[in-house]
Design a protein around this ligand. Structure first.
Ligand SMILES: Nc1nc2c(ncn2[C@@H]2O[C@H](COP(=O)(O)OP(=O)(O)OP(=O)(O)O)[C@@H](O)[C@H]2O)c(=O)[nH]1
Ligand SMILES: [Mg+2]
Length: 212
């Protein structure tokens, strides 16, 4: 199956929501998870990627997404993917116990989930790296050594439209330097970066594993 130069999600639907590992849907479809602090724009990015206005619930109030949401996306050449919307990482208004339980669940999901092919990590371009973002970067790095297969990560800088055009490039460059890797700029408002992100997702998710 040849890859389209400008892939699009042609069909999208909600599949399942889960609060705990036992209620996750069976890992039969390749999966891409979207992680990041509360309010960074995970659910909005998913709507934008799937070209659907309100398939995923979003809110200006942090803490909107409270369950792991699974969405099936059909890409134009009929490839199927599950896009996984995660609740905000380290949401401060939750109790310490609740946050610890969530970190544990996330760790388990990242390490054990056989269908998970890629994590897309979101960082707000204006806020830069705060403690939750660093914790998440560290968590993903630590997961790599405990997985059977590698877990690639794509880091996305969100809400690019909130900066003036002139400020976007320097802000991205600064954040890239902090993270120590290349970032993709994104705006759910004007769909900047949608094509590049979808292309990166397809490349990772459907990559043929290297021969040992
Ligand atoms: N201007 C602008 N606003 C955005 C963008 N992405 C998200 N937002 C806004 O940011 C707020 C949070 O967006 P969500 O997509 O709900 O964020 P989330 O990361 O899913 O948040 P939680 O579910 O709480 O973890 C909403 O008011 C969105 O409209 C963007 O690219 N540009
Ligand atoms: Mg959300």
């Amino acid at each position: 199956m040849s890859a389209s130069p400008s892939p699009r999600v042609v069909q999208a639907r909600f599949v399942a929501a889960a609060r705990e590992i036992p209620s996750l849907p069976p890992p039969v479809t390749l999966e891409v998870a979207f992680a990041g602090r509360s309010n960074v724009g995970k659910s909005s990015l998913l709507n934008c990627l799937m070209e659907r206005q309100n398939l995923v619930r979003t809110s200006s109030t942090p803490g909107c997404t409270r369950q792991i949401g699974f969405y099936e996306a059909t890409v134009d050449d009929r490839r199927l993917l599950h896009l996984v919307d995660l609740p905000g990482y380290g949401y401060a208004k939750r109790s310490k116990t609740e946050r610890a339980a969530w970190a544990k669940l996330l760790d388990h999901y990242f390490v054990q989930r056989p269908s998970l092919m890629l994590v897309v990590l979101l960082i707000d371009v204006r806020r830069g790296i705060e403690s939750e973002d660093q914790e998440l970067l560290d968590l993903v790095a630590s997961v790599e050594q405990r997985r059977v297969r590698p877990l690639p990560v794509v880091v996305v800088a969100t809400k690019l439209d909130k900066l003036s055009r002139a400020a976007q490039k320097p802000a991205l460059a600064k954040l890239e330097q902090r993270v120590g890797r290349k970032l993709l700029g994104f705006s759910a408002k004007d769909a900047t970066g949608r094509q590049a992100l979808l292309t990166a997702i397809l490349k990772s998710a459907f990559a043929t594993p290297a021969e040992p």
